[in-house]
Design a protein around this ligand. Structure first.
Ligand code: SF4
Ligand code: SF4
Length: 343
């Protein structure tokens, strides 16, 4: 499960699928909501939680939240762009079991940010923290040569990666259906390089099976920790404690995580709720494919949502506002420009 402590960030990565949600949620999870959530974690004996955003290290009480969650018995991971204040990173390294550092191409960082990232990676490794790199392959950012160098330089042993998925409104740099083959080829080539370096790889979400070459598929099935054609709910908790199947499939959502008896109950709920969507959102050619729902669901369900807006969701609200001529009430900023130096 992932707790999104807020959607504010000091970067503007073009492929980001979280930024579009900024206008829909409080800037940060409120103190009371975190207390309510932590009490729930203790009650249901949650054993693992990832803090994420936005950039979670910008949250003014992140260290306290991480420490209390770890004291409650959960293994804590932190998804970060690695640009947090060094003192904070050092403090977090005392409680978090894994830092998943999103490693951007150098051209997406200012010189000052590149130095900060380097300093923090050195600091975390010296503190004995586990560091995993994270990479999103998007149509504009599919190069990975810089990442191989960083893997060696910082002695990283595992990489989490994925092809970029559409944000809740399809406004980011992602590969639309039928155009992912080039990105999958890059992922497969990257996987081969990782195998040569003895570095493990996990691919987050499902891929369209027919868009990988058979030999690449066989290789990735053997090598990747989670290579699959059918996705499972990621359980993304928003700052107001509502939960989505995942961020891209934001329209499949329940209002309050604490109303459920635990992670398993949430998984069952979302697996059941997604079942009709898999058939409905699959392309025509997928429904007659012999692999359909055997090994492959036909790609990301968030990609094929045109005309399938679920009532009662933010997406539904936005469509309603657009239809009523009030879409300006929800501003979606997909500008790929970066905001430098706001450390
Ligand atoms: S269901 Fe079949 S046709 Fe559709 S993406 Fe998967 S393998 Fe390709
Ligand atoms: S709908 Fe499935 S494949 Fe798409 S982003 Fe969500 S979990 Fe991943």
């Amino acid at each position: 499960m992932n707790l999104f402590v807020g959607y504010a960030c000091n970067l503007r990565c073009p492929y980001c699928f979280a930024r579009a949600l900024q206008p829909l949620y409080p800037r940060w999870i409120a103190r009371d909501d975190f207390e309510k959530f932590l009490a729930w974690c203790i009650r249901v004996e949650l054993y693992r939680l990832a803090f994420i955003g936005g950039e979670p290290t910008l949250h003014p009480r992140l260290a306290e939240m991480v420490e209390r969650t770890a004291q409650a018995g959960a293994a804590v991971s932190i998804f970060t762009n690695g640009l947090g204040a060094p003192a904070l990173m050092e403090r977090l390294s005392g409680s978090a079991t894994n830092f998943i550092v999103n490693c951007n191409p150098p051209e997406l960082l200012s010189p000052r940010q590149r130095r900060r990232l380097h300093d923090n990676l050195v600091l975390l490794r010296a503190a004995g923290a586990r560091v995993t790199f994270s990479k999103n392959f998007s149509p504009r950012y599919a190069d990975y040569t810089y990442l191989l160098k960083s893997i060696v330089k910082y002695d990283v042993s595992f990489v989490r990666c994925d092809i970029s998925r559409p944000d809740a409104f399809g406004s980011n740099d992602y590969a639309p259906p039928g155009t992912t083959a080039r990105l999958l080829a890059a992922v497969a080539a990257f996987a081969e390089q990782c195998a040569r370096l003895g570095v493990g790889l996990g691919i987050d979400c499902c891929l369209r099976m027919c868009e990988t070459e058979p030999e690449q598929r066989t290789f990735m099935e053997r090598f990747s920790a989670k290579f699959t054609g059918i996705c499972a709910p990621s359980l993304d908790i928003h700052p107001d404690l509502s939960v989505s199947y995942c961020l891209p499939l934001h329209d499949l959502r329940i209002p309050d995580v604490t109303a459920f008896s635990g992670e398993e109950a949430l998984r069952l709920h979302f697996a059941e709720a997604a079942r009709p969507l898999r058939g409905r959102r699959a392309a025509e050619e997928c429904r007659s494919c012999k692999e359909f729902m055997r090994r492959c669901q036909g790609g990301c369900m968030a990609q094929n949502r045109e005309g399938d807006v679920l009532p009662g969701t933010h997406q539904h609200l936005r469509e309603t506002l657009i239809n009523a001529g009030k879409a300006k009430d929800i501003k979606i900023d997909s500008s790929p420009s970066l905001r430098y130096g706001s450390e």
